[in-house]
Design a protein around this ligand. Structure first.
Ligand code: NAD
Length: 698
């Protein structure tokens, strides 16, 4: 027998009732599901069920609350209403988990009398990553089941597998075979055995006698990485309540923290990025049903910094890859760098030796360009940044690669259309712009050339996804989205140094804002000689940067750049740099003054926002949120700040326009004149969030 609301199916298997959540694709706990669960529990109770099994249909148990219901008037019943009914049930309610049990989904399972699970899966409370705390008792029940380990799970938001959950103590049994059948049998046996189930809320054994010193030490360690973000601190406070307050009071504390955080700016920013990352996968001109070409072997041309990282990314995710180099020596170096990198991870205990073996076996090397390329379904070229070299390589790729193979370039600045013109298959050419280190950074800008086909883009996106990257499709221009925007920050860095700031002032302001690393420390890490070479090629100057490079200060690799570095590569402000800066300012007759932190922040962020607006006008990015996703995933922008365009919106575009106009005037930098899009939106009282996306060429 099966009936129910449509969102919860109710089946009866002898004396055990089964409530099956059926809200595809991921069984979020929308209003109808909560109502269906409540009805089902009442009906099972009325029918005298011996036990009730809660299970998810489809891919998993439940991915949690329906986030689109946030911020709207709440419809009853609430999750706590459902949990009250579970906890009041005479018959034990057993959650049967397969796949994901996340957020509210796991909280539902924690309110049950017992939990069983299929092997694997992901069980966790990721709310912290959306800027709030679990809001339906998760922070009170999980510690009562597993003690201090709950703090780590809740503050990090990282899920665990069913096996790990069993080891920690919040899954009672991992069951093999078909889960519903096995769970019904398990519940029936358990009920028949007269086993007494202790509800999480009634347990005290894991939280009593817990010295709070251990709690504080664990909390401090966990919070060390979260800096300005509020939700990890909120999680610590909520879990602390589990250890120090009675259950009901703890729930109230959790609820208060949830309400405060969920309505705050940080949570709004984190949800903006979360939904933005999904939105970015919908690409104008690439219908959702576009079939990617099958890619079974990737060939990477060049085994340098980027080629090595790209090859590692592929092998890390099980995609066979060949690295091509010009000589046996260069190839050996490239392959060794990959192996040494994996070995370091093994040595640190974060990678199993057999996993390293598996990855190494997927990575081959070759100095026979033609033979290697013939086997490729996708080629990513990562040789020197030189148009003549790239065109020569693409001409050769076109001759050797099988028809239908996709040819991509990792160029940071060069024109994809010109590169494609060296081939007879421009529709199969695109950019795949990885970020350094390519095996670590999640961002992948996929560059659409004038002739790139939808299928080529879909193929690059499919491979990007398979190797753990976050794709953003961008248009063809110098620097694409990320580098083009940060490029507009550079002149302001120079001017600020000249007018009165020191490197440590600029980096302090940006790091206090939440950036992983300030722009000058980042320059030192990347190598100041790279920027100098670009300026030389373009015939531009940056008096202070040039003076620093002229002293042989190339950054970390020479032990000195904008800072001095000790043997542990720890940076120190350097009086010599201050002297260089003062000398240049004097020579240029600039009177230095004290510059406020707010001015530093605005002069670094506003030029990026302004260029972002131009990027939108030109259709280089399809949506403002695509730009934010680029910065969060590729440039160390804290997700809880939402990205540059989100920042501009929270400032208000009228303010953005006025401040840009002011700084354009004050600094004589024409780049700071407000972009027409900002002028228009500000005049209309609009924002980036609500603007209509410009039509994008297919
Ligand atoms: P790199 O100098 O470290 O490596 C280039 C490698 O290509 C060298 O090992 C060289 O031997 C090899 N090579 C040259 N010609 C070749 C050929 N005909 N066949 C096979 N191999 C050949 O340079 P990199 O930093 O890895 O940059 C590579 C590309 O990636 C450039 O286009 C660059 O703009 C782009 N990129 C670099 C970064 C970065 O941070 N380094 C980031 C994104 C994109």
């Amino acid at each position: 027998m099966a009936e129910g609301s449509g969102f919860v199916e109710h089946a009866v298997d002898g004396d055990v009732h089964v409530l099956r959540i059926a809200n595809p694709p991921v069984n979020t706990l929308r209003t109808e599901v909560r109502a269906g669960l409540l009805d089902g529990l009442r009906a099972a109770q009325k029918a005298g069920a011996r036990a009730v099994v809660l299970i998810g249909s489809g891919r998993g148990f439940s991915a949690g609350a329906e986030m689109t219901e946030f911020g709207k008037p709440r419809q009853p019943p609430s999750l706590p209403d459902v949990f009250d009914a579970i906890e009041a049930s005479d018959a034990p309610v057993v959650a049967a988990i397969h796949g994901n049990a996340l957020g509210g989904g796991l909280e539902l399972a924690l309110a049950c009398h017992a939990r069983v699970a299929s092997p694997g899966g992901q069980l966790g409370l990721p709310e912290v990553k959306r800027g709030f705390v679990p809001g339906a008792g998760g922070t009170q029940r999980l510690p009562r089941l597993i003690g201090l380990e709950a703090l780590r799970m809740i503050v990090s938001g990282e899920p665990v597998t069913a096996e790990e959950a069993q080891r920690l103590g919040f899954v009672d049994a991992v069951l093999q075979g078909e889960l519903e059948k096995a769970a019904v049998a398990w519940a029936r046996d358990a009920a028949a055995s007269g086993r007494r189930f202790a509800l999480a809320r009634d347990r005290t054994d894991k939280i009593q006698g817990q010295g709070m010193a251990a709690f504080d030490a664990a909390a401090q360690k966990l919070l060390a990485r979260s800096r300005g973000q509020e939700s990890p601190k909120g999680c610590v406070e909520a879990v602390r309540a589990a250890f120090t307050l009675p259950f009901e009071e703890g729930l109230k504390r959790e609820r208060d923290l949830f309400q405060t955080l969920v309505s705050g700016e940080q949570s709004k920013a984190l949800r903006h990025v979360f939904f933005g990352e999904r939105e970015a996968q919908r690409v104008p001109g690439v219908p959702a049903d576009t079939k990617p070409l099958p890619v079974q072997r990737l060939v990477v041309i060049g085994g340098g910094t980027m080629g090595g990282g790209i090859a590692m990314s592929a092998a890390n995710f099980g995609l066979p890859v060949t690295m091509v180099e010009t000589s046996a020596e260069a190839l050996g170096k490239g392959l060794n760098r990959c192996r040494a990198n994996w070995q370091r991870t093994v040595d640190s205990g974060r990678l199993k030796p057999e996993e390293m073996e598996r990855r190494s076996a997927l990575l081959k090397g070759s100095t026979d360009f033609d033979a290697a390329v013939r086997e490729a379904d996708l080629v990513v070229e990562a040789v020197f940044e030189d148009m003549a070299v790239k065109k020569e390589i693409f001409g050769r790729l076109d001759k050797v690669a099988r028809p239908g193979a996709v040819l991509a370039s990792n160029t940071s600045t060069l024109d994809i259309d010109e590169i494609a013109s060296a081939t007879s298959r421009p529709e199969l050419v695109c950019g795949m712009h990885f970020f350094s280190p390519a095996n670590v950074m999640r961002l992948l800008e996929i560059v659409r050339g004038a002739k790139t086909s939808a299928q080529t883009l879909a193929t690059a996106m499919d491979v990007g996804k398979r190797i753990g990257k976050l794709n953003v499709v961008v248009g063809n221009c110098d620097g694409f989205v990320g580098n083009r925007m940060t490029g507009k920050r550079g002149p302001q860095v120079e001017k600020l140094l000249l007018e009165g700031a020191l490197p440590q002032d600029i980096d302090r302001v940006m790091e206090a804002y939440g950036m992983a690393m300030g722009p000058l420390a980042t320059g030192d890490l990347a190598g100041l000689d790279i920027g100098a070479a670009v300026r030389k090629a373009r015939g531009t100057v940056a008096p202070i940067a040039d003076a620093i490079v002229a002293k042989g200060r190339f950054g970390q690799k020479t032990g000195a750049g904008y800072y001095r570095y000790d043997e542990n590569r720890k940076r120190q402000p350097d009086p010599e740099v201050e002297k260089i800066i003062l000398d240049v300012a004097e020579k240029m007759q600039v009177r230095r003054r004290k510059i406020e932190d707010s001015e530093i922040l605005e002069r670094l962020l506003l030029p990026m926002v302004n260029e972002g607006a131009r990027i939108l006008e030109e259709g280089i990015a399809a949506r403002p949120v695509d730009i934010d996703v680029v910065f969060v995933n590729g440039f160390g922008w804290p997700a809880w700040r939402g990205g540059p365009m989100f920042w501009a919106d929270s400032l208000g575009l009228e303010q953005v326009r006025d401040k840009l106009a002011h700084y354009a005037e004050a600094t004589g930098d024409p780049n700071l004149r407000p972009a027409p899009l900002i002028e228009r939106l500000a005049a209309e009282g609009g924002s980036f969030a609500t603007m209509k996306a410009p039509a994008q060429a297919a």
